[in-house]
Design a binder for this molecule. Structure first.
Ligand code: SAM
Length: 285
């Protein structure tokens, strides 16, 4: 236990300088975004970001999503976060990894469009003023559940945010995310249901953890909410938004704790072992 905790601390320290060049590089994140958008297209028809306004909920440390949406033609992007986690320095570093992103985006934009839209982000050091000039606003601290947002958006997007909220907050959070959507607007939420401590080989370890699952454990490892509960929460909002589960991945290979905590509600083994959900919604006019 102690060794694991120590190892995790060292990894987290190392991730600062390494992540922008690896797991959080612009190349890596644009590949994931392209995959998400391709899956969303199957529900919405080919998504066109030209001239659109985008709201990203839960910026985190990086600006890969807002910059990608601008590269895909969005007119403006507002990215909000409850906490000021953004690192402009690391965001800048992640942009240096840009050999492959043009290929991932080539289905949606031409090479010339890519160059014309991406180059300005590389031309000068990133600053909030510079970003604003380029059509990206960052608001933090901004709590979607508490703060008022008067603007309306064509697309509302979140990536690995919902699983960090405690279950009791999820419905309110989703309702709040519908408010800034234009009628006919699109919502895209990617949810990671794995234990964030050791997702590779122990993705279900937290389901057997006997501690009271606090907000800080939700933030660190995920809320343990299973696919069927997300399904129920989304379906509670079906009069305001037509939701589709556009993707669900299930892992049957890794071991899971033999005893699952009673508070982890689930309907069957597949439900327990669901590791990713992508929900796409179209706001009803
Ligand atoms: C795991 S991070 C994901 C960050 C980013 N999307 C990424 O993938 O790199 C989740 C983010 O959601 C933010 N968040 C949580 N609750 C929020 C709320 N009520 N309003 C706005 N942001 C929130 C957190 O502060 C955190 O930065």
């Amino acid at each position: 236990m102690m060794i694991d905790a120590l190892k995790n601390r060292v990894i987290r320290k190392l991730q600062g300088p390494i992540a922008p060049y690896t797991i959080r590089s612009f190349d890596q994140m644009s590949a994931i975004l392209s995959w998400i958008l391709d899956l969303s297209d199957e529900t919405t028809g080919s998504l066109d970001f030209n001239g659109k306004s985008i709201l990203e909920i839960g910026t985190g440390n990086y600006l890969n999503h807002p910059i990608s949406f601008k590269v895909l033609g969005a007119d403006r992007v507002l990215t909000i976060d409850k906490f000021h986690h953004l690192s402009l320095e690391q965001s800048q570093s992640s942009l240096s990894q840009n050999a492959l992103c043009r290929r991932y985006f080539s289905k949606r934009i031409t090479e010339d469009q890519f160059r014309e839209r991406f180059t300005p982000f590389m031309a000068e050091p990133l600053s909030l003023n510079r970003l604003q000039d380029l059509g990206i606003e960052y608001w933090a601290p901004f709590d979607l559940l508490e703060d008022r947002l008067d603007q309306k958006f064509d697309v509302v997007f979140s990536y690995t945010v919902l699983e960090h909220l405690s279950e009791s907050m999820l419905a309110d959070f989703l309702r709040a995310s519908l408010v800034p959507m234009k009628p006919g607007g699109i919502a895209i939420h990617l949810i990671d249901l794995e234990d964030h401590k050791r997702p590779g080989n122990q993705p279900f370890e937290f389901l057997g953890d006997s501690r009271e699952w606090s907000e800080s454990l939700c933030a660190e490892r995920g809320n343990r909410v299973r696919a069927s509960s997300y399904g129920r929460i989304f379906s509670e909002m079906k009069d305001e938004c037509k939701w589709t589960c556009a993707y669900q991945s299930v892992r049957f290979d890794p071991e899971r704790p033999s005893s699952i905590r009673p508070e982890v509600q689930h309907v069957d083994e597949r439900d327990l072992r669901t590791t990713t959900l992508l929900y796409v919604g179209e706001k009803i006019k």
